[in-house]
Write a protein of this length. Sequence first.
Length: 318
Amino acid sequence: MNISVVIPLLNEEESLQELHDWIVSVMDKGGYSYEIIFIDDGSTDDSWKIIERFAAQNPNVKGIHFHTNFGKSQALHAGFAKAQGDVIITMDADLQDNPDEIPELFALIDSGKFDLVSGWKKKRYDAVVTKNLPSKLFNWAARRTSGVKLHDFNCGLKAYRKDVVKHIEVSGEMHRYIPVLAKNAGYHKIGEKVVKHQARKYGETKFGMDRFINGFLDLITIWFLSRFGKRPMHLFGLLGSLMFVIGFVAAGYIGFMKLYRLYHKMPYDLVTNNPWFYISLATMVIGTQFFLAGFLGEIILRTRSNAERYTVSKTVNF
């Protein structure tokens, strides 16, 4: 099979027919062997009924239905697990991603030059204040933090070699950082292609301003995981050691001053009246907590289970 098109969606009943017909037209024109995997992330409209109708009419259409809304990352994870194509294309279901880009994205991966090609919506039709400016800031921070030189991390239109999607773990809201996850997994041939962005035709966006706040928090998470995810003790042990050093220095200072005053028969206050006593106590307690956090992190890392983070209630054509 040449291509798997993986499409996560939530309440997109108005756009699904046009999207399906458009993708099928592109595939038939190019003579591709393909599958279209729709992942319904707990829609409350008729999206799943439409997907079932597509599947009944077209054996290349497959569907996964979540019991409730688990998020885009979990939907992509489910789609990646089922995808059989040599090249996997992801796109959103709101018609803002253009299916006519599929042949060029496929060719870039099929050439062997890239493991992953990310779309870049250079010209956008979103609101400037609520989406464009925050998106530019977010992408700048992601480039600086991750070292992956992409202009548009959040573009849903991406192409992957099959091996890539089978070896990355997409969880939480990490779908924005799949190129970073791929890099951390050893896939460094990451490219970018300018793609057409279209104004939303039906409905309203499912994402608000809070996605950028969550995005920056996830960026911190993925930075930590990429640096210390496999060795948490390296960070927490270092911080714990630093705290212990500060605590012991402070305790040593208190002891020295007390002995000095005793030797010279000078008056001195109770140890508890010395602010360095509390500095010493606090830093040693914090140091102990950091060490415990490091040990717990190592234990969790070695005993974690890969339990699914979503519940699939129905599938079609699998």
